[in-house]
Design a protein around this ligand. Structure first.
Ligand SMILES: [Zn+2]
Length: 432
């Protein structure tokens, strides 16, 4: 009996029951040479190991009808679905097939959102799946990008460059959807490099650059927030294991109707707001996404509590940075703003339960009401204690898929019996 049990255990260890498909030897080439604005020529190739699956679905494509053009696929048994934005490969005889693809891609959101063609951002999180990938898996990629002389490239992972027009890199174990590219016009942007002491590059639009005080404030806030969050999470900003190999590049653009974004290797934000707004603490929120956010906490849009996990936790930690580093007066004023903005929608149809925000479409609930709910818990168990629970949640769940918001509730309950349930009541309540 014991012997049988041992064999059974051995089998489970050696032969996991479900083996997911695998993408290997992935090469991606993006060319911006002789391409119009918002266009790329793309070649890619990879080996597809079906393992136990009959088919493999990869995210692929963007706006229907126009995003993918002249698609050539050198492989048997595939089907490109414009509407579903995916490409499906079906298993025939071979378990491993080599796939070569070549196509042109038009990305109108890159063009229209970021304004007048001075910068183009290629982002999978805007629903532009400009290269094929299996979401929420990790992959190795050999990446090559070619640009004309007039453009510079910023990538979510730093690439080697011969300082002219060719960029390349071997990226190991990156989250498959996390490749973001920014092409920027050299004549429209000015780059400055600072050392804090690690290198920090800042791109600003010529003629719209901020004053010296604002510039120094950016350097100070960046440095202070990196120190604060590194300590809270027990993990440096730069971490080989997390594929973050440099400090962020700041790209201040003149986009309209966008939000600030953390794209692993670079942070994009509005030049106008950066130069003119009374405070720039939202940039601390972007720094905080290095640890907590869409690239580490892999909860799908549409899942209950998706934006509590991806955004509210990080906004709460941003408030904690202000509380502990910027002083109580400044913290109180931010807290008052938070409360008064929530009061404006309280009891209205916009005042929905926090867990009901499953696409990022309710800023007041996610960035105001959500942190206020967490502050109620912090008042009860202690601010430092809640921060360590969030830090533990990060360490345990970063990079794991699938993730549920109740995983966070459970981790709160584990260390403070019943408090997770109280938080859950606040997150599911109509009003606070
Ligand atoms: Zn955010």
């Amino acid at each position: 009996m014991r012997k049988l049990l041992c064999i059974a255990i051995l089998c489970v260890v050696v032969f996991p029951v479900a083996i997911a498909e695998e993408i290997r030897s992935y090469t991606l080439c993006f060319s911006k040479e002789r391409q119009d604005a918002a266009n790329l020529h793309i070649k890619c190739s990879f080996s597809l190991d079906f393992q136990n699956e009959d088919s493999v679905i990869m995210n692929f494509g963007g706006g229907q009808e126009f995003s993918v053009d002249n698609l050539k696929v050198d492989s048997v048994g595939f089907e490109y679905n414009q509407e579903a934005k995916n490409i499906v490969f079906r298993k025939r005889q071979e378990q491993v097939v080599r796939v070569n693809m070549e196509y042109n891609y038009t990305n109108l959101s890159a063009f229209f959102i970021y304004g007048e063609g001075k910068a183009e951002l290629w982002e999978t999180s805007f629903g532009e799946y400009f290269y094929p990938y299996v979401p929420n898996t990790f992959m190795d990629v050999a990446l090559n990008v070619e640009t004309p002389d007039s453009l510079s490239l910023i990538c979510s992972y730093p690439l080697e460059s011969d300082d002219t027009t060719k960029y390349s890199g071997k990226l190991n174990h990156i989250l498959s959807q996390s490749l973001t590219l920014a092409f920027i016009r050299n004549d429209a942007y000015q780059r400055t490099d600072e050392y804090i002491p690690g290198k920090l590059s800042i791109y600003q639009i010529k003629g719209m650059q901020c004053g010296k005080d604002r510039y120094d404030e950016l350097l100070e806030l960046t440095k202070a927030s990196i120190t604060f969050f590194s300590r809270v999470y027990g993990e440096d900003y730069i971490s080989e294991d997390r594929n973050v190999t440099a400090l962020p590049v700041y790209l201040f653009h003149n986009g309209k109707g966008f939000s600030n974004r953390y794209n692993v290797g670079f942070i994009s934000a509005s030049q106008e707001k950066f130069s003119t707004y009374p405070d720039i603490y939202p940039l601390v929120h972007e720094i905080g996404h290095r640890w907590l956010g869409e690239w580490t906490l892999l909860i799908d849009d549409g899942q209950s509590g998706a934006y509590f996990i991806k955004e509210t936790l990080n906004e709460f930690m941003t408030l904690m940075f202000i509380r502990y580093v910027c002083g109580s007066e400044y913290y109180e004023s931010q807290l008052d703003r938070c409360k008064s903005e929530y009061e404006k929608i309280k009891g209205t149809p916009q005042d929905e339960p926090i867990v009901n925000v499953v696409t990022n479409n309710n800023n007041t609930v996610i960035y105001r009401k959500g942190p206020l709910a967490l502050i109620r818990i912090a008042e009860q168990i202690g601010y430092g204690e809640l921060m360590s629970v969030i830090s533990r949640f990060y360490k345990e769940y970063a990079g794991k898929y699938p993730l549920k918001y109740t995983d966070f509730i459970d981790i709160v309950n584990e260390s403070h019996a019943g408090v997770g349930d109280q938080l859950n009541l606040l997150l599911t309540a109509q009003s606070l």
